[in-house]
Design a protein around this ligand. Sequence first.
Ligand SMILES: Nc1ncnc2c1ncn2[C@@H]1O[C@H](COP(=O)(O)OP(=O)(O)O)[C@@H](O)[C@H]1O
Ligand SMILES: [Mg+2]
Length: 298
Amino acid sequence: MFDSSVFKKLEKNDFRVLTGIEIGMRNYQWVLSDTLSSFSRLPTSEVTYRINRLLKFGLIKRTTMPYTGYRIHFGGYDVLALGRLTRRGLSAIGENIGVGKESVVYEGIYDSEPVILKFHRAGYTSFKQVARQRDIGQEHHWVFVAKRAAERERDALAMLQNTVRVPGIIDYNRHVVVMTVANGSELSKTTVDDPDWFLDGIIEQIRKIYAVGFIHADLSEYNVFASPEGVEIIDWPGYVTTMHPDAEFLLTRDVRNVLTFFNRKYGVVREFDEVVDYVKCGNGQLDHEHTATDAPIT
Ligand SMILES: Nc1ncnc2c1ncn2[C@@H]1O[C@H](COP(=O)(O)OP(=O)(O)O)[C@@H](O)[C@H]1O
Ligand SMILES: [Mg+2]
């Protein structure tokens, strides 16, 4: 988990060496310290000193096989993103408010406003399994997978901003998305007085999302916030477009998750097929000016 005391201790040259390792990782699984001297434009002795600090802070990892090399650790990627975001408006990072299987979420302050910082972790856990199976370096690639997930979430929030109720996108860097704080609380953590009204609100959102060519694909009571103003849908990196080969399956799964939840918790009964038909009826205005891309099918 992110340790803000480490971030405060870092100096300019720590960032230069860390950035050098990040650049080197585009081409090498483990980055040689010799190459770091040129990537970071610092003398070898300074690089060595900085590497030892970064190791001590747990921001990078070292291997000695088959040669001595370094890789960024999640903490290192976190501070690089925070360094950049701080220069652009982030002034504080506060409580950790959520640890999902794919992310770690914090409160923060950006341009004097409260915000949410979502650090993507996708690829880390799942990669370990793949790495074990295939006998390859355990952390290879997770940086890129996490960054890709953050990019997808940023794109989804940006594209849907004017159409549906989603958090506003404020900034993005590497694997971190900065967004507005969703109103209310998650459906899973609250009991609402008027479940029919909230369920109608969610179905309406699914319809609008579908009408502009998207499907959330991970919709459930954990990713919907409810407040007196209505619902807000979070957690977007898994979205697909309605052109995706699994679109039908993912759309119906989203609808089913929501209907099942309202049925179990509140006894609300809705006809599944009718809801799916209703959601689809608004289709016909696919907007492919968007830069939407579907995740590769694996
Ligand atoms: N914009 C937001 N406003 C308020 N809380 C949020 C926001 N985004 C995420 N969270 C909190 O963090 C948790 C995890 O975020 P989420 O986007 O759902 O990622 P994950 O893929 O890990 O489930 C959420 O369940 C919620 O409690
Ligand atoms: Mg979630």
